[in-house]
Design a protein around this ligand. Structure first.
Ligand code: ZN
Length: 343
């Protein structure tokens, strides 16, 4: 088992982090003030509303925690601040490259357009890059439970916004009641624009098929993909296609993807050669950091060493939605820095 100080030294990549689920307490308070919303709550009460309890019953109950912050994220200023805040926290977590995802359709309750919502987030990420040693990009996320009419407004965003920070597309939300098959037309529109795709899939029990369908629809990464443990015949495809699984231990237990550590497939998939990665999913909702997620993995699998953590970061870099030159630069930097770390 590695010491926390050793883990803290490791540079990290995070591919799966939701903006609205990752706001710091101080940021939530600033956003409320800007939005002239009197929360009338103590710090403890704010966190209680924003964090999911350890014993959440399922994915839907976990997702309900997001309702608390959404009213605060309805202006350009606040979205910019929120994006900056999450990238700032990531930099403090020794993350050098992060992709932060958000659903623009959830930020239109006042007078923002979809494009303005995206521009605000991108502006916050750019500002964070100026102040911290981090590259921060954005993913546009569609909500599965939304209407197809609303979802079809998302792919054209990539025609309208030409910013290097906007790097990919995701679908999140209730995959049990809104399986991947429903979205083939939408994904065709995303693929037609050559936009990188990652999709939440295989996060809940009985959702295995969504993994296969997501890959068939152009996803090169899968959000969570826990249920790939039940697809022995498909694991070879995940390996040969170098599909990256964005796993998030704390979140995966809270949403009841699995309930016992021995059923969590991270190490088994890693040993087979599947490109697994570690992520927070939602820093605030899950009350976590990437440091804590690494510590968890190191505790559960004491023989998972520094070189293994380095390997999953190289997998993450390979799966990142950036060009080959940027990837090479990150690979080089990570190889160099991991060489200097010893427990
Ligand atoms: Zn997620």
């Amino acid at each position: 088992m590695l010491r926390p100080e050793t883990i803290a030294q490791m540079p990290k990549v995070e591919l799966h982090c939701h903006l609205d689920g990752s706001l710091s307490l101080s940021c939530i308070k600033t956003l409320a003030k800007n939005a002239k919303i009197n929360l009338n709550l103590t710090d403890e009460e704010i966190l209680e509303k924003a964090q999911a309890p350890e014993n959440t019953r399922n994915l839907l109950e976990y997702l309900a925690r997001f309702d608390f912050v959404l009213p605060l994220l309805q202006s350009y200023t606040n979205l910019e601040l929120a994006a900056y805040d999450v990238a700032r926290q990531a930099a403090l977590d020794n993350i050098r490259y992060i992709e932060i995802r958000f659903a623009p359709e959830q930020h239109l309750l006042q007078n923002l357009t979809l494009e303005e919502a995206v521009e605000a987030v991108v502006a916050g990420l750019s500002r964070a890059e100026e102040n911290f040693d981090i590259i921060a990009n954005a993913l546009v996320c569609g909500l599965r439970q939304s209407t197809l009419e609303k979802l079809e407004k998302l792919p054209p965003i990539f025609d309208h916004i030409n910013d290097s920070h906007l790097v990919g597309f995701d679908l999140a939300g209730d995959e049990l009641n809104y399986p991947q098959q429903k979205f083939s037309g939408l994904l065709a529109q995303v693929n037609a624009r050559n936009v990188h795709i990652t999709l939440h899939a295989g996060e809940c029990p009985h959702c295995e098929q969504n993994i296969v369908d997501s890959v068939n629809m152009g996803a090169t990464r899968i959000g969570h993909g826990i249920m790939s443990k039940n697809l022995p015949e498909y694991q070879e495809t995940l390996i040969s296609e170098k599909i990256v699984l964005e796993m998030a231990p704390s979140s995966n237990f809270q949403t009841k993807s699995v309930t016992r550590i021995e059923d969590y497939p991270f190490k088994q998939l890693y040993d087979m050669g599947v490109h697994v990665t570690l992520n927070t999913d939602n820093r605030t909702v899950s009350n976590t950091t990437l440091q804590k997620e690494y510590e968890k993995i190191s505790t559960w699998y004491p023989d998972f060493g520094i070189e293994d953590f380095e390997q999953i970061n190289h997998y993450a870099i390979d799966g990142a939605f950036i060009d080959i030159v940027e990837k090479e630069a990150l690979h080089f930097k990570f190889t160099d820095e991991y060489k200097k770390i010893s427990d």
